[in-house]
Design a protein around this ligand. Structure first.
Ligand code: GTP
Length: 505
């Protein structure tokens, strides 16, 4: 089952249960069985699903449900907590420190995306001011060194490897030694893979690890390997001290459940996920936003991270300020379009922002979307400053529309379509009004600014009703313990609403 479908199946199971007039053990069991089926189809390991089911039964009090409390909310909350628990091994992984040399060894089967991920990891840190270096200790796959060399050159990251030397242990040790001397603070060792788990591979991993003494061993796993995830992760953990996991190819037909199994098998956290073949398609992994997404709830914090990453630094304060004011002018739309055209990855920002993704930039239709954006921009070029800076759509009278169409060589219909698009986005953005936008890494500012009043405004009416109105929302926030959890759980505000509502229809 594809990741996105899992949330839908769980929502449906919860909905069916809430529709029942009396919630007794039988109804609850049916609901939990339905949820378990969905998790199993998502490749979560059987034992974990079974444990989760019995944990939820212990937590959920049938008397509470019978007393008319919001059943759906109580169970959803329990499912959310249990999934978070599964993904949180309880201790963070080793975190390298900028300016202090750390050796990071990558292990994984052939084709898992290890080499690509090594470069993504190096590039991610390089952008943040680190001095990374790559060592290719994969002498098994012909072409591995060329691939790493190509990637490293593109990203301007120093690399070490050899076409002649066949001993991976020797190369790894030499490479690490060289980059230590060059004062690199992040020395990344890419190792060999095999098509399947075999003794020779694990012996090689043991030897490379012994020679390089890594501060952290990262296990790289393809998200689509299904139920095999647990055994594969465990096999690596038994030969080397795996301390963190990176799950790749989460963009494709990803089965998110594998991530849960890998965490359980290695008792190590997932630290990043790969979301595409490009260097910057790489995201920090946070448990709560991930589970929110898994349950179809959007990802507000991911959106904030992306803004910080791709919007030019000098534009950030202004954009964030405007976001919090809830004012969305045609000029702001124009500027964001400019960003989209300048830098590919900004599409990722808008894919997390409610409204921008599906209609404006559907996946797989990027070319058409770009053409559409260019068309919109040409029309906006024919607008006056007053028109661009206005927040009042009524300003766009018939005569102005005709003038813009003539000026840009487009039809009146084209201009109206663009204005409709603007109105649609402005409506969504207005929901952010008053929200304090956190500085990088400071989600607490966001949480402080979130209160039930805000939340109720941002949520679509159907969703609010599901939660049990203002009262239900307030008690849910109280129950969540902290607004921070709430912020991540409720993810992309309107985005949450949209995806939930479409599922509930
Ligand atoms: N869609 C997608 N493709 C990815 C991702 N990560 C890696 N790939 C692709 O997966 C394929 C295999 O990646 P490699 O990095 O060559 O795999 P590897 O595990 O290093 O292979 P060995 O060096 O033989 O062990 C390549 O075509 C990558 O572009 C990802 O996050 N998403």
């Amino acid at each position: 089952m594809v990741l996105a479908q899992l949330g839908g199946s769980i929502s449906r199971a919860l909905q069916q249960m809430s529709n029942a007039t009396v919630i007794d053990e039988k109804v609850l069991n049916e609901c939990l069985n339905e949820i378990s089926r969905a998790l199993l189809q998502s490749d979560v390991q059987f034992r974990m699903v079974r444990d989760m089911q019995s944990n939820i039964k212990k937590i959920v009090n049938l008397d509470d449900l019978a007393a008319g409390h919001n059943k759906r909310r109580i169970i959803q909350q329990a499912v959310f907590n249990e999934l978070c628990k599964m993904l949180d091994p309880g201790k963070p992984s080793f975190t390298p420190k900028k300016g202090k040399t750390s050796v990071i060894m990558f292990v994984g089967l052939q084709g898992s995306g290890k080499t690509t991920t090594c470069t993504k990891y190096a590039y991610y840190h390089q952008k943040k001011g680190w001095k990374p270096a790559l060592v290719c200790a994969d002498t098994f796959r012909a072409g591995a060194f060329d691939q790493l060399k190509q990637n490293a050159t593109k990203a301007k990251i120093p690399f070490y490897g050899s076409y002649m030397e066949s001993d991976p242990v020797k190369i790894a040790a030499e490479g690490v030694e060289r980059f230590k001397k060059e004062n690199c603070d992040l020395i990344i060792v890419d190792t060999s893979g095999r098509h399947k788990q075999e003794a020779a591979l694990f012996e090689e991993m043991r030897q490379v690890s012994e020679a390089t003494k890594p501060d952290l061993v990262i296990f790289v796993m393809d998200s689509s390997i299904g139920q095999a995830a647990f055994d594969q992760a465990q096999a690596f953990k038994q030969s080397v001290a795996v301390g963190a996991v990176i799950i790749t190819k989460m963009d494709g037909h990803a089965k998110g459940g594998g991530a849960l199994s890998a965490v359980a098998a290695t008792k190590s956290p997932v630290i990043f996920i790969g979301t595409g073949e490009h260097m910057d398609e790489f995201e920090i992994f946070d448990v709560k936003p991930f589970v929110s997404r898994l349950l179809g709830m959007g990802d507000w914090s991911g959106f904030m991270d992306k803004i910080h990453e791709v919007v030019p630094t000098d534009q950030q304060p202004e954009l964030l300020q405007k976001l919090s004011e809830g004012t969305f002018t045609l000029r702001l739309m124009y500027e964001q379009f400019q960003n989209i055209m300048k830098m590919g990855p900004i599409g990722q920002v808008f894919s997390m922002l409610p409204g921008f993704s599906a209609e404006l930039m559907p996946k797989g239709h990027e070319k058409e979307s770009q053409a559409k954006i260019k068309r919109y921009m040409t029309m906006m070029d024919s607008m006056t400053n007053a028109e661009l800076d206005s927040t009042n759509p009524k300003l766009m009278t018939e005569s102005r529309i005709i003038r813009i169409a003539r000026g840009s060589g487009r039809t009146v219909r084209d201009v109206m379509e663009m204005i409709e698009e603007y109105k649609r986005l402005a409506k969504i953005w207005s929901k952010m009004k008053g929200l304090k936008i956190p500085k990088k890494g400071d989600m607490s500012a966001l949480s402080r600014s979130m209160n039930a009043q805000h939340m109720s405004k941002a949520l679509p009416p159907q969703m609010l009703k599901q939660i049990g109105g203002m009262g239900g929302l307030q008690s849910l926030m109280k129950q969540m313990g902290s607004n921070k959890d709430m912020a991540s759980m409720f993810g992309g505000l309107g985005g949450l609403g949209e995806s939930m509502v479409s599922r509930l229809r």
